[in-house]
Design a protein around this ligand. Structure first.
Ligand SMILES: Nc1ncnc2c1ncn2[C@@H]1O[C@H](COP(=O)(O)OP(=O)(O)O)[C@@H](O)[C@H]1O
Ligand SMILES: [Mg+2]
Length: 299
């Protein structure tokens, strides 16, 4: 089938790692890098699939060029099983920074390992400016039994004393997460909170007019993409993906629009919630009717 073997630049719906496919976020990048110059932390938060991980990864990739070699950075994703417990978190973060991970011992008490971690980061900060980029930070706050107040206090103190900066990405604001959690930790207080929203119109235009091998959208296609995607980066990519895949086939605007909308709805929390509500109401009505019938026949 024609088109199947072509490279599709729009296929990625997860974190964007190819710098050529990352667009916009100039203001956010400027804010983050300005703060990093003074080793100040930033928490990026925003709805699912708005581009938090892609921005976090972009910062990680740009640190050497933007800030120079005196900065040493490590990027971790808390969904990775390497970071599911404090023991592995401390050990693997030290590994990522090329520090000796063997100072963290399984037989050590929780607090002894925190001290060992703290000492290693302080030692590292005598030679470099360490930056730890943590994706899916919600995972830590959701496990207060494992990642307790002492753990958060240790990270906070290191940040507060200028030994390290953190850039985190999470669904909810760190302040909200910390206050709502059982630990009620002031960890969030060393962060600037950056809420990530949709792309701007200009950023959308840059995305659509970027030079890509074998990709050329005509005016009608661009109109449909803009109409469906609005300013949402994921919706934009899904729309481009389908329109690119449709190249060489018959142009059926409404069919294509329906197909794209369906896939967008699949990722949309609001749409998923709406469908669930409808299902729940349906179940309640069925239950109510069967109760009525039961009562009626019982009488
Ligand atoms: N700056 C960007 N430039 C281009 N595409 C982006 C950008 N940010 C997000 N996207 C698109 O949105 C998708 C979701 O982004 P992601 O970073 O995984 O979001 P989040 O971490 O908020 O869930 C990406 O796969 C990509 O298609
Ligand atoms: Mg993400």
């Amino acid at each position: 089938m024609a088109g199947l073997a072509r490279h599709d630049p729009f296929i990625e719906i997860n974190i964007i790692k190819n710098p050529d496919e990352f667009f916009g976020r100039k203001d956010e990048l400027r804010t983050i890098f300005t703060r990093l110059q003074g080793l100040q932390s930033t928490s990026i938060y925003g709805e699912r699939k708005i581009g938090k991980s892609s921005l976090l990864y972009k910062v990680f990739c740009d640190i050497p060029e933007e800030l120079g070699n005196e900065y040493k950075s490590a990027y971790i994703d808390l969904r990775d099983s390497d970071y599911h417990t404090v023991y592995y978190f401390l050990k693997n973060v030290l590994s990522e920074f090329k520090c000796d991970p063997e100072v963290i011992l399984e037989n050590n008490t929780y607090n002894k390992n925190l001290i060992a971690f703290s000492e290693s980061i302080k030692e590292l900060s005598t030679k470099y400016k360490p930056v730890l980029l943590i994706d899916e930070f919600d995972h830590i706050i959701k496990k207060p039994e494992e990642f307790n107040k002492d753990f958060l206090d240790t990270l906070r103190t290191l940040g507060n004393h200028g030994h390290i900066a953190y850039i985190t990405a999470s669904l909810y604001s760190l302040k909200e997460l910390c206050i709502k959690s059982k630990l009620n930790s002031p960890f969030y207080s060393i962060f600037y909170e950056l809420q990530l929203g949709e792309l701007t119109r200009g950023e959308i235009t840059d995305f659509l007019s970027a030079k890509r091998k074998d990709v050329n959208f005509n005016a009608e296609e661009i109109k449909l993409i803009k109409e469906i995607a609005g300013n949402n980066p994921l919706h934009l990519r899904i729309a481009c993906y389908h329109i690119f895949a449709n190249k060489g086939k018959k142009w059926n605007r409404s069919k294509l629009k329906g197909k794209i909308q369906n896939e967008i709805n699949h990722f949309d929390d609001k749409e998923a919630r709406r469908k669930k509500n409808i299902r729940d109401i349906g179940k309640k009505v069925t239950k109510y009717i069967s109760k009525l019938v039961e009562n009626y026949t019982g009488n």
